[in-house]
Write a protein that binds this ligand. Structure first.
Ligand code: MD3
Ligand code: FE
Length: 213
């Protein structure tokens, strides 16, 4: 089958060992992704999770797929059900899986099958402090991230917390595939600047596709 994303795949930039930026790769499907997201949040609403240390996260989150990332006083983990409803997370829409698989393939990670998609919503002022993603079982699988709506400053550090982070602007439609030596790099998002975006209004949405199980 022909790629739905073939045009945009032409812009491919290696940003670190194992990490590839695909500028605008999701641009043409971004409205479709937002339509699917609207259905997901009908059952799994955005919520502000609490860290194990007791802080309310400024980023609102939800999930779809076989497992969803959750944080509470017990710790960080993947769970098959939404703690708010007790029900399974909504299924991953085919448009989500297909985008993740094609982006991974364009970045030289063929055969990527995401079983979890964490959905982050940033309103003005929301931020994500430097962290590593270490709750997944298999670090040989990449993480695929899709930015929608307002632009953000991505902070991209090294594998040690003290490594000084680079700053990169991520815009709506940009996709980054994080694998190989970069899979365990520290990263975060600077406080979101206020603005309006035709796709999302006054917020930024980030989808991260993971092989969690
Ligand atoms: C680099 N999300 O959900 S996506 C997260 O924009 C998260 O919402 C940010 O960090 C966001 O955990 C950044 C880019 C990203 C995601 C995972 C990575 C970069 C990564 C894993 C390893 C290295
Ligand atoms: Fe992360």
């Amino acid at each position: 089958m022909d790629s739905l994303f073939g045009e945009a795949a032409a812009s491919r930039e290696r940003i670190a060992e194992g990490a590839v930026l695909l500028r605008g790769f999701a641009h043409d499907v971004s409205q479709r992704l937002m339509d699917e997201l609207a259905k997901i949040v009908e059952t799994a609403t955005f919520r502000h999770m609490v860290t194990p240390g007791g802080y309310r996260m400024s980023v609102a989150m939800t999930n779809c797929g076989q497992a969803g990332w959750v944080s509470d006083a017990q710790g960080y983990r993947y769970d098959a059900s939404d703690p708010v409803t007790g029900m399974a997370w909504p299924a991953m829409p085919p448009a989500f899986c297909q985008l993740a698989e094609e982006a991974a393939r364009a970045a030289a990670y063929p055969g990527f099958e995401a079983d979890a998609c964490l959905i982050n919503r940033y309103e003005p002022g929301a931020r994500l402090s430097l962290h590593q993603d270490r709750n997944e079982r298999d670090y040989t699988a990449p993480i695929v991230s899709v930015s929608l709506g307002l632009p953000a400053v991505f902070l991209f550090g090294g594998v040690r917390r003290k490594d000084r982070p680079r700053r990169m602007r991520l815009e709506s439609g940009d996709v980054v595939v994080w694998g190989g030596a970069t899979r365990l790099a520290y990263h975060g998002i600077a406080a979101l600047k206020d603005g309006e975006h035709p796709l999302t209004g006054r917020c930024r949405i980030n989808l991260t596709f993971r092989k969690a199980l």
